[in-house]
Structures are given as structure tokens and as C-alpha cells.
Design a protein around this ligand. Structure first.
Ligand code: AN7
Length: 352
């Protein structure tokens, strides 16, 4: 593959609603690793568990798949500026792809509730960063209103091109496994991604590339679990700031994905989410951000409840890279030992 042939638009263009004369604004996103989780797979029960490692995307999250399509279309339509509300990853991706397209990015973030790496990305890519003394849901209402009256393109996942880009992750999973997973677990915040995966699996079903679709399991943080509670919530709270969302924009689509697939939503506590994050880091060598570990915490719960039948193939999406949130990582690990710079001192310390 030549470098110019990489990226989700180049690889799946015929399945995306993009005019032939629109050029791709791409950072060669997609084609992310599907890694077998050996510590959770069970040979005796013939349960195979895979992680789709979306942190391997150019800006470190799955948002790049949707952003390449949304920004390419915004550029094609002559837009000079894009806007989004974000818990962090959307703002990082919007800022990067807008920079590549020569467009202005405006990002609205909740004050003090965004992981440091994501803030660094938005700032470094030159976005106009506006912090509001409110949460993501309030930011979402503001950007929807502004994009109605100002000449800026909204690039949150209510922009349909975002979901079309993100559905390519489902295509890649099927193209790699050469089969349909039986179960697909993923973290749910604003609910765009679960809707996009369902769209992807459904399109493969329509074109005969699949004979059936997986059961979709949406995993939320207990403190920010509107789908589990069955109603939007006013004050979502979780250490997994990426999914600190109480009023998901793609509610109906996500609900439909869950119902049509005979799936379910589940909630996991912050402690369980962090335990899953550490488990992946320490047993699989995969460093994902806390929100992403929610899908694995969900798989662990389902395995414990025997909700996964023997012989199942399970995929969980790890939506973002662990380096995005160094504070949360460091705060749950023992401090590095300090010793004097002498052979004996270091020797004693490591044998301790
Ligand atoms: C790592 O960046 O909503 O259910 O503004 O960053 O499609 O919202 C991030 C969401 C999961 C939830 N994992 O996906 C934003 C934003 C990570 C995320 C989700 C997000 P959706």
C-alpha cells in the first residue's frame, strides 16, 4: 500500500457518502491492531477475547476515523471553521484534522474535567480552546446553537459524517477476523460510537459480507450511566472523564443498536474501571485510558456472571490511548523508588 492509499477514506471510500471529487484530509488513521487478550480468553471454554486498539490512531483515539470524514466534507463544502464540544478526544482530533486542512478549530471543554494530554493536543494544534464552567452536555447545547447561526461546521457526532467514518472500525474487525464477533463491548458516552459500529455491521450484513451481527453491549461508568438508568442525568460524574456525559446525543440510535442486537447496557464503578485499566497494562501490555477500560470491565463482569456462552468470540473496543491521561495513571501506581546514584544502593533497591 502506498502511503497515499492509507486512511479510512482511501480504504473504504465506496462505503462512505463522499463525492468523487472530494479529497481526503487524512493522517492515515484506521487499520488499528486487533489484539488477542490472552489473560481473559479461556481455552477450555473456547472463549476468545480481542481488543480493537483504537489508541493506535494518529491522535490517540477512535475519533480520527470520524474526523477524517467530517473534516474532508467540511473542506469540500468550503467551510473555514469547525466547532465542537468535547470531553477531550474529539477536540484533539478536530484540532489536528482542522490544522491539516488549513481550517480554524474552536473547541468547548468542561473546565478542569479534561485529561492533560488531550488539552495539550488541542492547544498545540492551534485550536481556539474555550473552557466553560459547566459540563459536556451544556457545551453540546451551546455548540449546536452557535453552529446554527455562525459560519462554522459542527463536528460532534451529531454530524452524520462522523458516524460514517467510525463505522469503518466494524469493517476492519470483520475483515481481520474473517467472521462476525458474537459479542461486541464498547464504552458509551455520547453514544455515537456504538451507533456507528452497529451501522457498520448492518451495512456488511446488507452487502452479504456478514451473515449476522454481533450482540452489542454498551458499557458506562456507574456515575454517568444514563442508559443503565433509562433516563438522561443532570450531573454525571466519573474519573473516566471522556465518558462523563449525562445526555447522550445519539440516544435513539444507541438504544436501537442495543435492542436489535439483543444486547444490553451495564455500569461499572470507577474502581472497577481502573482495575480493568491496570489489568490490561500489567497483563497484556496495553495502556488505554480509563474510559476505554470500561469495555474490558464490562467483559470481566459478563464473564463473571457467565453471560458469555462457551465458544464465543468477543471483541472489545479500547477507544483511547493511556498516555492521554497521565495523572490518573500515576495516581494509582506506587511512586518510583528514589536511591542515590551508586551501584550498591541500586543493587540493594532492586533486590528489596
Ligand atoms: C476514550 O471527546 O465524547 O459514546 O468529546 O473519548 O461515541 O461518545 C469522547 C468519547 C469512549 C465515548 N472512549 O464514545 C469527546 C467524547 C473515549 C472517548 C468515548 C469517548 P461515544
Amino acid at each position: 500500500m502506498r502511503p497515499t492509499d492509507a486512511g479510512v477514506i482511501a480504504r473504504y471510500r465506496e462505503r462512505l457518502p463522499i463525492p468523487h471529487n472530494a479529497s481526503a484530509v487524512s493522517l492515515n488513521e484506521g487499520n488499528t491492531p486487533l489484539v488477542r487478550l490472552n489473560s481473559l480468553s479461556d481455552d477450555q471454554r473456547e472463549i476468545e477475547i480481542f481488543a480493537k486498539v483504537e489508541g493506535a490512531n494518529p491522535t490517540g483515539s477512535f475519533k480520527d476515523r470520524g474526523m477524517t470524514v467530517a473534516i474532508s466534507m467540511a473542506a469540500h463544502e468550503g467551510s473555514e471553521a469547525v466547532i465542537c464540544a468535547s470531553t477531550g478526544n474529539t477536540s484533539a482530533a478536530a484540532a489536528a484534522y482542522a490544522a491539516r486542512a488549513g481550517m480554524k478549530a474552536i473547541v468547548i471543554i468542561p473546565d478542569g474535567q479534561i485529561a492533560l494530554g488531550k488539552l495539550a493536543q488541542a492547544m498545540m494544534h492551534g485550536a481556539r480552546v474555550i473552557q466553560i464552567a459547566g459540563n459536556f452536555d451544556q457545551g453540546m447545547e451551546i455548540v449546536k446553537a452557535i453552529s446554527q447561526k455562525a459560519p462554522v461546521t459542527l463536528v460532534n457526532s451529531v454530524n452524520p459524517f462522523r458516524l460514517h467514518g467510525q463505522k469503518t472500525a466494524a469493517f476492519e474487525i470483520v475483515d481481520t477476523l474473517l467472521r462476525c464477533p458474537d459479542y461486541h463491548f464498547l464504552p458509551v458516552g455520547n453514544a455515537g460510537n456504538i451507533s456507528a459500529y452497529w451501522m457498520g455491521y448492518s451495512e456488511y450484513l446488507e452487502t452479504g459480507d456478514l451473515a449476522r451481527r454481533p450482540v452489542m453491549v454498551g458499557c458506562q461508568a456507574s456515575g454517568a450511566a444514563p442508559f443503565v438508568q433509562g433516563t438522561p442525568i443532570e450531573r454525571p460524574d466519573t474519573i473516566a472523564t471522556a465518558i462523563r456525559i449525562g445526555k447522550p446525543q445519539s440516544w435513539a440510535l444507541a438504544q436501537a443498536a442495543c435492542e436489535e442486537s439483543a444486547g444490553w447496557f451495564l455500569g461499572r464503578s470507577d474502581e472497577e474501571i481502573l482495575a480493568a485499566q491496570r489489568h490490561l497494562a500489567q497483563n497484556e501490555g496495553i495502556f488505554c485510558e480509563p474510559a476505554s477500560a470500561t469495555s474490558v470491565a464490562g467483559v470481566m463482569l459478563a464473564l463473571g456472571e457467565s453471560a458469555i456462552p462457551n465458544g464465543s468470540c468477543v471483541v472489545c473496543t479500547l477507544t483511547g490511548q493511556g498516555l492521554k491521561d497521565p495523572d490518573t495513571a500515576i495516581s494509582q501506581c506506587p511512586e518510583p523508588q528514589r536511591v542515590s546514584p551508586q551501584i550498591d544502593a541500586v543493587h540493594d533497591a532492586i533486590l528489596d
